[in-house]
Unconditional design. Structure first.
Length: 194
Protein backbone atom coordinates (compact mmCIF):
# COMPACT_ATOMS: atom_id res chain seq x y z
CA UNK A 1 0.00 0.00 0.00
CA UNK A 2 1.49 3.32 -1.05
CA UNK A 3 0.77 6.46 0.89
CA UNK A 4 2.42 9.69 1.94
CA UNK A 5 3.46 8.32 5.34
CA UNK A 6 5.32 5.40 3.77
CA UNK A 7 7.22 7.78 1.50
CA UNK A 8 8.20 9.85 4.54
CA UNK A 9 9.12 6.68 6.41
CA UNK A 10 11.47 5.69 3.62
CA UNK A 11 13.29 8.96 4.19
CA UNK A 12 13.93 8.25 7.88
CA UNK A 13 17.59 8.16 8.74
CA UNK A 14 17.89 4.56 9.93
CA UNK A 15 21.41 3.27 10.14
CA UNK A 16 21.29 0.41 7.65
CA UNK A 17 24.96 -0.39 8.32
CA UNK A 18 23.89 -1.92 11.62
CA UNK A 19 23.55 -5.63 11.08
CA UNK A 20 19.90 -6.59 11.45
CA UNK A 21 19.21 -9.81 13.24
CA UNK A 22 16.28 -12.08 12.57
CA UNK A 23 13.19 -10.99 14.53
CA UNK A 24 12.37 -13.15 17.52
CA UNK A 25 9.40 -15.48 17.13
CA UNK A 26 7.86 -17.76 19.74
CA UNK A 27 4.96 -20.18 19.71
CA UNK A 28 2.74 -20.26 22.77
CA UNK A 29 0.03 -22.67 23.80
CA UNK A 30 -2.54 -23.64 21.17
CA UNK A 31 -0.32 -22.34 18.36
CA UNK A 32 -0.44 -18.68 19.44
CA UNK A 33 2.36 -16.74 17.72
CA UNK A 34 4.29 -14.01 19.53
CA UNK A 35 6.64 -12.33 17.09
CA UNK A 36 8.89 -9.30 17.26
CA UNK A 37 7.46 -6.60 15.03
CA UNK A 38 9.61 -5.01 12.34
CA UNK A 39 9.37 -2.11 9.91
CA UNK A 40 7.38 -4.30 7.52
CA UNK A 41 4.68 -4.57 10.21
CA UNK A 42 4.32 -0.80 10.69
CA UNK A 43 1.18 -0.29 8.61
CA UNK A 44 -0.58 -3.20 10.29
CA UNK A 45 0.48 -1.91 13.71
CA UNK A 46 -0.72 1.60 12.86
CA UNK A 47 -4.14 0.19 11.84
CA UNK A 48 -4.23 -1.82 15.08
CA UNK A 49 -3.59 1.33 17.14
CA UNK A 50 -6.22 3.32 15.27
CA UNK A 51 -8.86 0.58 15.51
CA UNK A 52 -8.28 0.19 19.25
CA UNK A 53 -7.41 3.76 20.27
CA UNK A 54 -10.62 4.40 22.22
CA UNK A 55 -10.39 1.10 24.08
CA UNK A 56 -6.71 1.57 24.98
CA UNK A 57 -6.87 5.31 25.77
CA UNK A 58 -7.14 4.82 29.54
CA UNK A 59 -5.01 1.69 29.63
CA UNK A 60 -2.07 2.70 27.43
CA UNK A 61 -1.54 6.46 27.67
CA UNK A 62 1.58 6.21 25.50
CA UNK A 63 -0.74 5.63 22.52
CA UNK A 64 -1.53 9.34 22.54
CA UNK A 65 2.01 9.88 21.22
CA UNK A 66 1.39 7.61 18.22
CA UNK A 67 -0.49 9.70 15.68
CA UNK A 68 1.22 8.87 12.39
CA UNK A 69 2.86 5.96 10.64
CA UNK A 70 6.16 7.74 11.22
CA UNK A 71 5.53 7.49 15.00
CA UNK A 72 4.94 3.73 14.64
CA UNK A 73 8.16 3.32 12.68
CA UNK A 74 10.10 5.14 15.38
CA UNK A 75 8.52 2.87 17.98
CA UNK A 76 9.39 -0.31 16.07
CA UNK A 77 12.99 0.85 15.58
CA UNK A 78 13.42 2.08 19.17
CA UNK A 79 16.54 0.34 20.51
CA UNK A 80 15.32 0.65 24.11
CA UNK A 81 12.57 -1.94 23.79
CA UNK A 82 11.12 -4.65 21.57
CA UNK A 83 7.50 -4.75 20.48
CA UNK A 84 5.94 -8.16 19.97
CA UNK A 85 2.70 -8.91 18.20
CA UNK A 86 0.23 -11.40 19.61
CA UNK A 87 -1.04 -13.21 16.52
CA UNK A 88 -3.96 -15.57 16.13
CA UNK A 89 -2.75 -18.96 14.89
CA UNK A 90 -5.57 -19.50 12.42
CA UNK A 91 -5.42 -16.11 10.65
CA UNK A 92 -2.10 -14.46 11.68
CA UNK A 93 -4.21 -11.43 12.65
CA UNK A 94 -2.60 -8.98 15.08
CA UNK A 95 -4.71 -9.32 18.23
CA UNK A 96 -2.48 -7.56 20.75
CA UNK A 97 0.97 -6.38 21.77
CA UNK A 98 3.64 -7.05 24.36
CA UNK A 99 6.57 -4.71 24.83
CA UNK A 100 9.80 -5.79 26.49
CA UNK A 101 12.36 -3.34 27.82
CA UNK A 102 15.73 -4.05 29.43
CA UNK A 103 15.44 -2.13 32.71
CA UNK A 104 18.58 -3.37 34.44
CA UNK A 105 21.40 -5.78 33.64
CA UNK A 106 19.41 -8.67 35.06
CA UNK A 107 15.79 -7.53 34.56
CA UNK A 108 13.33 -6.85 31.75
CA UNK A 109 9.93 -5.25 32.08
CA UNK A 110 6.88 -6.10 30.03
CA UNK A 111 3.75 -4.23 29.10
CA UNK A 112 0.83 -5.70 27.21
CA UNK A 113 -2.56 -5.09 25.71
CA UNK A 114 -5.01 -7.03 23.60
CA UNK A 115 -7.81 -5.67 21.40
CA UNK A 116 -11.19 -5.47 23.11
CA UNK A 117 -12.72 -8.10 20.83
CA UNK A 118 -10.08 -10.62 21.95
CA UNK A 119 -10.33 -10.06 25.70
CA UNK A 120 -11.07 -12.99 28.01
CA UNK A 121 -9.80 -15.58 25.54
CA UNK A 122 -6.49 -16.30 27.27
CA UNK A 123 -4.39 -14.62 24.56
CA UNK A 124 -2.68 -12.13 26.87
CA UNK A 125 -1.79 -14.65 29.58
CA UNK A 126 -0.54 -17.05 26.90
CA UNK A 127 1.68 -14.33 25.40
CA UNK A 128 2.95 -13.14 28.81
CA UNK A 129 3.85 -16.72 29.80
CA UNK A 130 5.52 -17.35 26.43
CA UNK A 131 7.70 -14.23 26.54
CA UNK A 132 8.50 -14.59 30.25
CA UNK A 133 9.64 -18.14 29.58
CA UNK A 134 11.78 -17.01 26.63
CA UNK A 135 13.46 -14.15 28.51
CA UNK A 136 14.10 -16.18 31.66
CA UNK A 137 16.02 -18.65 29.51
CA UNK A 138 18.62 -15.93 28.91
CA UNK A 139 21.40 -16.52 31.47
CA UNK A 140 21.79 -12.84 32.41
CA UNK A 141 18.06 -12.26 33.00
CA UNK A 142 16.87 -13.14 36.50
CA UNK A 143 13.60 -11.24 36.65
CA UNK A 144 10.65 -10.17 34.52
CA UNK A 145 8.72 -7.17 35.89
CA UNK A 146 5.31 -5.85 34.92
CA UNK A 147 3.77 -2.51 35.86
CA UNK A 148 0.00 -2.28 36.12
CA UNK A 149 -2.39 0.61 36.79
CA UNK A 150 -3.56 0.61 40.40
CA UNK A 151 -7.18 0.03 39.46
CA UNK A 152 -6.59 -2.61 36.76
CA UNK A 153 -7.67 -5.60 38.83
CA UNK A 154 -8.08 -8.00 35.85
CA UNK A 155 -4.49 -7.34 34.75
CA UNK A 156 -3.22 -7.86 38.28
CA UNK A 157 -5.03 -11.20 38.45
CA UNK A 158 -3.61 -12.18 35.05
CA UNK A 159 -0.07 -11.61 36.32
CA UNK A 160 -0.73 -13.65 39.44
CA UNK A 161 -2.07 -16.53 37.30
CA UNK A 162 1.15 -16.30 35.26
CA UNK A 163 3.27 -16.75 38.40
CA UNK A 164 4.15 -13.11 39.07
CA UNK A 165 4.24 -11.82 42.66
CA UNK A 166 3.15 -8.41 43.91
CA UNK A 167 6.20 -6.32 44.84
CA UNK A 168 4.98 -2.83 45.60
CA UNK A 169 3.29 0.34 44.54
CA UNK A 170 4.28 3.69 43.16
CA UNK A 171 1.62 5.82 44.87
CA UNK A 172 -1.09 7.14 42.58
CA UNK A 173 0.64 5.61 39.55
CA UNK A 174 0.85 1.84 39.42
CA UNK A 175 1.81 -1.39 41.12
CA UNK A 176 4.50 -3.77 40.01
CA UNK A 177 4.82 -7.51 39.93
CA UNK A 178 7.89 -9.68 39.42
CA UNK A 179 8.50 -13.16 38.14
CA UNK A 180 11.89 -14.32 39.47
CA UNK A 181 13.90 -16.92 37.60
CA UNK A 182 14.28 -19.01 40.75
CA UNK A 183 10.50 -19.14 41.33
CA UNK A 184 9.89 -19.78 37.66
CA UNK A 185 12.33 -22.72 37.51
CA UNK A 186 10.82 -24.17 40.69
CA UNK A 187 7.34 -24.00 39.14
CA UNK A 188 8.64 -25.86 36.07
CA UNK A 189 10.07 -28.61 38.27
CA UNK A 190 6.82 -29.07 40.18
CA UNK A 191 4.80 -29.17 36.96
CA UNK A 192 7.27 -31.55 35.28
CA UNK A 193 7.97 -29.18 32.36
CA UNK A 194 11.69 -28.74 32.82
Amino acid sequence: MYNKDMTEAADLDFDESVERRQPLRFEGENGLIVNELQIDDAEELFRFFNENRDFFSGRMPQLKKIQTLHDVLLMVRNPKFSTFGIRLPESDELAGLVTVEQEADDRVSIGYGVAEKYRRQGLTSNAVKTLSHAYLQIPAINKVRAYVALDNIPSRRLLERCGFHYQGERPHVNVFYDLDKEDYLASLQTSGQE
